[in-house]
Design a protein around this ligand. Structure first.
Ligand code: ZN
Length: 307
């Protein structure tokens, strides 16, 4: 195929790499159950066991695979899970991976009043600082629910980047009247939930379970496209889902293939964001900038109709 680049604003990645890649894992644990069934979560012993599989069985397995290849990646962890799973957190940190902010109890910022979103964000921030000894650099909104207030909080608390949005193939910047933040986007196709997640505990979670071969056909097609057109490849996976044995094997195999192929820069998202920040500072790359929130609601026509 001829060299036709379909991404307009490619980032000059380190060492001439064609693509920046990070297996980002959201270690949600049972926070999902407490959030979905606040009064009865404890009754759901089976569902809880599935979620606990993440921090207890999958995380050590995923870390072993990353160690095998010598790569450092990113884990987003709700504050509540940081408190409940200190040994998983310790193992992640010991191997040099990044831990990012993912809410406190996987609360949904779309449905929270602003003061509540602030409370949970700050509470999780305190937990992360205490557990890791440093402020988190990055944020991913629980369930991708980045609200019209989230950017205010992230700027106020000095975050370097967000990884919740889907607005480009390459990093870009989001801004409001207070400032700008680096956005490291992922498409929905890179989330493991729609490929594998079928649960009797969560209403509407009845996806047909894919084989790893089928799911990885999607993940690989994203990778090939990003490799070819010099973009970025960031899966949004969960230890309790993608750390299950056949899926972990598929990840292990894919990392091996990618390494053989070459031209890939594996890094934690914080390093990718730092690199982007440095390119902007040096004037060697210019980001596209998007205003957040993207739209006022309701739009005037609808407001009129509702009156
Ligand atoms: Zn999550």
């Amino acid at each position: 195929m001829s060299e036709l680049t379909l991404i307009e604003n490619t980032v000059p990645w380190p060492n001439g790499a064609r693509v920046a890649a990070c297996f980002s894992f959201d270690m949600d644990g049972e926070s999902l159950m407490h959030n979905a069934h606040p009064n009865t979560a404890g009754k759901h012993v089976c569902g809880m066991s599935e979620l606990r599989y993440g921090p207890t069985v999958s995380v050590p397995r995923i870390l072993k695979i990353f160690r095998h290849y010598g790569i450092k990646q990113t884990f987003f962890i709700p504050g509540w899970c940081v408190e409940r799973y200190p040994s998983a957190v310790e193992a992640i940190l010991k191997d040099g991976h990044e831990i990012g902010h993912h809410g406190y109890l996987h609360e949904d910022p779309y449905t929270l009043p602003r003061e509540d979103e602030r409370y949970w964000t700050e509470r999780a921030l305190d937990v992360l600082v205490k557990a890791t000894g440093r402020r988190p650099r990055g944020y991913r909104a629980p369930s991708f629910a980045f609200s019209d207030y989230t950017l205010h909080l992230l700027l106020e608390h000095g975050f370097l980047y967000d990884a919740s949005l889907m607005g480009d193939d390459v990093p870009y910047m989001i801004e409001n009247e207070k400032g700008r933040l680096i956005e490291l986007p992922s498409p929905m196709a890179m989330d493991d939930w729609p490929h594998y997640m079928h649960s009797f505990d969560f209403a509407g979670t009845n996806n047909q379970i894919s084989s790893p071969a089928r799911a990885f056909e999607v993940f690989r097609s994203e990778f090939e496209a990003q490799w070819q057109h010099k973009g970025m490849w960031v899966p949004v996976w969960h230890p309790f889902i993608s750390g299950r044995l056949p899926r972990a094997i598929a990840m292990h195999e894919m990392i091996g293939e990618i390494m053989k192929k070459g031209g890939v820069w594996f890094a934690p998202l914080s390093e990718i964001a730092e690199h982007v920040q440095e390119q902007i500072r040096a004037g060697t790359w210019k980001p596209r900038i998007e205003r957040v929130p993207l739209a006022e609601s309701p739009i005037p026509e609808l407001r009129k109709a509702a009156e």
